[in-house]
Design a binder for this molecule. Structure first.
Ligand code: SF4
Length: 87
């Protein structure tokens, strides 16, 4: 199995404006991301995060709602990045 497909290996999705990482071992499958921004977050698609399909500000807002901290972002276009870990 390729390393990128293994549980626990964080995946990275990037444009010239924003980078999003997803840590599958932390995801609790709450559905917050794909309920809020289905054009970007689609668990039936591959890749499941279509990073170029949404505005970076909306992606940032959605990542900030992730209840588990599985999603994190880094703004490449000079804005602050981070994660929203409520634990
Ligand atoms: S919002 Fe976070 S915890 Fe919920 S499904 Fe998306 S990545 Fe997983």
């Amino acid at each position: 199995m390729p390393a990128r497909m293994q549980e626990g290996v964080a995946r990275t999705y990037r444009t010239e404006r924003i980078e999003v990482t997803w840590a599958p071992q932390r995801c609790i499958h709450s559905g917050e991301c794909f309920s809020n921004l289905p054009e970007v977050f689609d668990p039936r698609a591959r890749p499941w995060i279509r990073i170029r399909s949404g505005d970076p500000d909306l992606i940032e807002d959605t990542v900030a709602r992730c209840p588990s901290g599985a999603l994190a972002f880094y703004r490449i276009d000079d804005r602050e990045g981070g994660t929203h870990d409520q634990r």
